[in-house]
Design a protein. Sequence first.
Length: 240
Amino acid sequence: MKKTDTEIGQQHTLREWPESEKPRERLLSQGATKLTDVELLAILLRTGIRSKFQSLTALDVARNLLMSYENSLSTLAMRDALELSNTAGVGPVKAVTLVAAFEIGRRIQNMPVGDAPLLNNPEAVHKFIMRDFAGEKREIFKVIALSTSGKVKRVKTMTEGTLSASLVDARAVFKFAILEDAASIIVVHNHPSGKLDPSKEDIQITKDLVHSGEFLDIPVHDHLIVGPTGYLSMKNAGYV
């Protein structure tokens, strides 16, 4: 059987990269949540390609693949193995691996809620989410998708870094909510300084999200600002 360009020549493996650039080692030392979408894809792909025509690491292939699908994992996850296998550096075997991984993720998401936490008040939200922010020095913005009964379906980090209205995209927030079939959402971000007073950006973000949620019929129940020693509920403060 004739080999494709993705199979010609020697392959670039993760072992060839500098220690600080190896996604597998970073996952082991820092945890999976610290890896980018590209790095997680590179782990699944395992190898890149080296031929007389091109030389790509697994990170290069993963980056190109994600860019081909609007830099969206959710968009990528909807493609079948045949389509993915036509991407340079992927091929049939890697395409099957990716499709299998995405399917596992969907099956986990679709499992019965069961003993998932019920988030029906700010204290319950803070207790549930505070471990995600322990020791964080950067501002992180998370969205919690809830079922019709108010139980957690999934949590997703939307942004990391300095929070601003321009960085929190309402479209991305509600795209996630729609994909998760969320009945409602709660948003949370941290103030590493410990000062819990909402900024002008915090207030504007909250208003924008509440307005979008009303339009899409996916209510925003609350926006929590959490710090090392406590939290502030934007709902209790009158902004939701």
